[in-house]
Design a protein around this ligand. Structure first.
Ligand code: CS2
Ligand code: MG
Length: 408
C-alpha cells in the first residue's frame, strides 16, 4: 500500500483550520489537523514544501516508522510548528489504519473505558455578576464542569478570555484579526487580591457538585502561584490551570509544597520531554497536551501511558483553534484512556463547521459520546472548504503597567 498524494487546506468558519488529507493507492484517505493557533500558514508550508514530498510512496500503515522518520529525520527536533505538521500526518495515518481495520480508533487503542467523556465549557464575564450568569447558563445546559474567568476590578484592560463589556460572554474572543496583536495590561496584585474571593463566591452560589476550573494562564511567579493555590484550597477547584510558566518544571515543586489545589498544565507543550518531570514527580494532576501540538496520536498516547503510571489524569486542550479532526482524535483517546480526566470542548458546533467536518461524534449534557464510524469518525468536505480563505489573526500580548513584557 502506498501514499500517492496529500493536500493541505487552510481556512474555515471563524478559524484558519489547517487540514491535511492523505490519499493512498487503495482509495482510502486519512485526515489530520495541523492548526497552530495564529501561526497557521507555517505548519501548512512545512507540510507542502518538505513533508508531503517525502511521504509520497511510503506505506501509510507504518505510522510509527513514519513518525520516527519525521521526528529524528528533521535533525533540529520538535517545536510547535514541526510537531503540528507531524501531528496532522500521524492523525491521518491512524485514520487510514482505522478505516482499513473497519474499526473506530478507540478499538485499536484497547476499547472503551467509558461511554461518555466529561467535557468543560468556558464561562466568562466582564465582572463577577456577568460571570455568574454565564455559569448559570452552562449549568442549565447540563454541563458538569465549567471553566470560570472574570474581569478584575481596577485592571487596566480586560484580562485573558474576558469580554470587554458585560453581556458578551457568549462571543468573547481571544484572537483578533491582523498580524499586530492587541496589548493587554496585567496587574498581578489586583488579580491575587480579587480572584480567590470571586472563586469562593462562585462555589457558594453553585454548591459542591459542579466542577469549577480556572485558568491562571501563566501569569504568576511560582511563589505567587503557591500563595494563590493555598488561598483557593477551600474552593476545591477541579483544577487550577497554568499557574506559572512551566519551562522550568521544578518550579512546580513550590506550589505542591504549599497546597493541595489540583494543577493542570501542558497545552503549550509539544513533547514528552516538556512534561516528563512534572509527571514522574507528580507535580501536576492533569496533563493538557493536544493531539495536534503534541505531534499526533502516537506520541500523545505515550504521554497518557506515562501519566497513568503516576496518578496524572488527562485534560486535553480543546480551544477553538482545534478543528473537529484533532478533537475527534482526542474523543477516541478519551474513550480509551484509563486515566481520563476531562476534555476542554470549544469546537464551534455551528452549521458551517458541521458542514465542513461531517461527523457522528455527539455532545450531550456535558458529555461527549465517541463515534463508532471507522477511523477518526469525521470527514472533510472539499467543496465547503473552497468557501474559506486564510485571514491572519493574533492573540493579545501582555504587558505590566510599567510596560514590562509579560506572559499571555
Ligand atoms: C486557553 C487557550 O483554552 C485554554 O485553556 O489557555 O485557549 C489559549 O489561550 C489559546 O490556545 C492561545 O492561542
Ligand atoms: Mg489554558
Amino acid at each position: 500500500m502506498k501514499i500517492t498524494d496529500a493536500k493541505v487546506f487552510v481556512g474555515g468558519p471563524k478559524k484558519n483550520y489547517v487540514t491535511l488529507k492523505i490519499i493512498t493507492d487503495q482509495g482510502v484517505y486519512g485526515l489530520g489537523d495541523a492548526t497552530l493557533n495564529n501561526r497557521e500558514t507555517l505548519p501548512a508550508k512545512y507540510l507542502q514544501d518538505f513533508l508531503i514530498p517525502n511521504l509520497i510512496g511510503m506505506d501509510p500503515r507504518n505510522s510509527e516508522d513514519i513518525w520516527q522518520f519525521l521526528y529524528r529525520g528533521a535533525y533540529f527536533r520538535g517545536g510547535p510548528i514541526a510537531m503540528a505538521a507531524y501531528g496532522a500526518i500521524d492523525m491521518a495515518l491512524w485514520d487510514i489504519k482505522g478505516k482499513l481495520a473497519n474499526m473506530p480508533l478507540y478499538q485499536l487503542f484497547g476499547g472503551k473505558s467509558r461511554d461518555g467523556a466529561m467535557v468543560y465549557a468556558h464561562a466568562t464575564g466582564a465582572d463577577l455578576e456577568d460571570l455568574m450568569d454565564s455559569i448559570a447558563q452552562y449549568v442549565e445546559e447540563g454541563y458538569k464542569a465549567i471553566r470560570v474567568q472574570c474581569g478584575i476590578p481596577g485592571m487596566p484592560t480586560a484580562s485573558y478570555a474576558v469580554p470587554e463589556k458585560k453581556g458578551s460572554a457568549q462571543n468573547y474572543i481571544t484572537d483578533y484579526t491582523g498580524i499586530r496583536p492587541k496589548v493587554e495590561i496585567w496587574d498581578t496584585d489586583k488579580y491575587m487580591r480579587y480572584m480567590p474571593g470571586a472563586l469562593a463566591e462562585i462555589r457558594d452560589r453553585f454548591g459542591p457538585d459542579v466542577h469549577i476550573l480556572h485558568d491562571v494562564h501563566h501569569r504568576l511567579l511560582p511563589r505567587e502561584a503557591a500563595e494563590f493555590a493555598k488561598a483557593v484550597e477551600p474552593v476545591r477547584l477541579f483544577w487550577m490551570e497554568d499557574p506559572t510558566p512551566a519551562e522550568n518544571q521544578d518550579a512546580l515543586r513550590l506550589i505542591r509544597q504549599h497546597s493541595t489545589t489540583p494543577i493542570a498544565i501542558g497545552e503549550v507543550f509539544n513533547s514528552i520531554w516538556d512534561c516528563n518531570k512534572l509527571i514522574e514527580n507528580e507535580l501536576i494532576d492533569f496533563i493538557r497536551l493536544a493531539a495536534t501540538y503534541a505531534g499526533g496520536i502516537t506520541p500523545l498516547k505515550r504521554i497518557v501511558d506515562l501519566a497513568g503510571l503516576h496518578n496524572v489524569r488527562t485534560g486535553f486542550h480543546g480551544a477553538p483553534s482545534h478543528s473537529p479532526i484533532s478533537m475527534a482524535a482526542q474523543h477516541h483517546l478519551n474513550a480509551w484512556a484509563p486515566n481520563f480526566g476531562v476534555q476542554e470542548y470549544l469546537v464551534l458546533g455551528t452549521p458551517e463547521c458541521d458542514a465542513l467536518f461531517p461527523s457522528e461524534h455527539r455532545m450531550e449534557n456535558g458529555m461527549v459520546y465517541v463515534s463508532d464510524a471507522p477511523g477518526l469518525g469525521v470527514d472533510f468536505d472539499e467543496a465547503e472548504a473552497a468557501r474559506y480563505t486564510y485571514a491572519p489573526g493574533s492573540h493579545p500580548v501582555v504587558r505590566l503597567e510599567d510596560g514590562t513584557m509579560w506572559n499571555y
